[in-house]
Design a protein around this ligand. Structure first.
Ligand code: ADP
Length: 275
């Protein structure tokens, strides 16, 4: 049963169905279960809170009741790939593009609805005033050969109760209400993010998509360390100046001698370097 307030906010959107839960393990997990029952394109899973919210590589996403906006969309998209090759690299590029779709939709919403200045910490975090406010988690399912079914999970910290304590996070966190200094209706925010996502999805394969994505990157022109999570520790694998993105959405870094590096691995994390 969908709460009346939520269904009012979702009215008229081209969704493939909505499942709302007071409590879920994770909205991405529920979307995955729904896909096994043939979830249609734009199927939406919403939860008031998650007991096992997911970050990348088995990391946790903290989301207590009534404080965050948590949802996942099922996207059956034939436009995102120009090849039918089921390679690891294609899968990563698809996931990167879909992550950017979520990130752009969130950024646009925070800008237009709340007049804030969010930035994207490549590949999957949204920052406000240097603090992590939202995270995107894309998971891809191959069904048969092609195309992949994508789960696009978005978690946005709305009220201060959604912000994890400093000791529990690897990067400072914040929330929308703290950045704004005013209360935010989670479901108004949901509607705006969905509207933006639907609009950006039309432009996924256009060069303007990558250009806009690039224009919102945090640390552009700055030196960053790139860390890879081995499962047991974070290993610093690169250091370079962040130049931007190439046309696939790979991160372009330049080293001291001007050589360029292109990063695609969706499991990397960036940190600014103090030089
Ligand atoms: P990272 O951004 O650290 O590379 P992920 O993108 O996988 O990693 O996000 C998961 C990480 O985000 C967690 O390990 C934790 O440090 C942090 N985190 C968890 N919940 C929240 C939240 N609600 N707000 C901000 N940061 C969070």
């Amino acid at each position: 049963m969908i709460d009346a307030q939520i269904s009012q906010q979702l009215a008229g959107l081209p969704l493939g169905g909505v499942r709302f839960f007071d409590e879920l393990d994770s909205t991405n997990n529920e979307a995955s279960r729904w896909i096994r029952q043939e979830a249609p394109d734009m199927a939406l899973v919403l939860a008031d809170h998650q007991t096992e919210g997911k970050g990348r590589l088995g990391r946790k996403w903290f989301a207590p009741p009534e404080t965050a906006l948590l949802f996942s969309l099922v996207l059956r998209d034939e436009t995102v790939q120009s090849t039918d090759q089921k390679t690891e690299e294609n899968l990563i590029i698809t996931a990167m593009r879909m992550t950017a779709l979520g990130a752009l939709a969130v950024c646009d919403s925070l800008e237009t609805q709340y007049r804030l200045y969010p930035q994207i910490k490549w590949p999957n975090d949204i920052l406000l005033n240097g603090g992590k406010t939202a995270g995107i988690l894309v998971e891809t399912h191959w069904q048969g050969n092609y195309p992949p079914v994508v789960i696009l999970g978005i978690g946005i910290n709305i009220a201060s109760g959604s912000v994890p304590s400093d000791e529990t996070v690897r990067f400072p966190a914040t929330c929308l209400e703290d950045a704004l200094g005013a209360p935010v209706d989670r479901f108004v925010c949901l509607r705006v993010v969905l509207e933006n996502l639907i609009a950006w999805r039309q432009t996924l394969v256009e060069p303007a998509f990558v250009k806009t994505w690039e224009s919102k990157l945090a640390y552009r022109g700055e030196w960053v360390d790139v860390f890879e999570d081995t499962g047991t520790e974070m290993v610093n694998i690169q250091q370079g100046r962040l130049i931007g993105l190439d046309n696939l959405g790979r991160l372009r870094l330049q080293d001291d001698r001007g050589s360029e590096m292109f990063l695609i691995n969706g499991e990397l994390s960036l940190r600014a370097v103090q030089r």
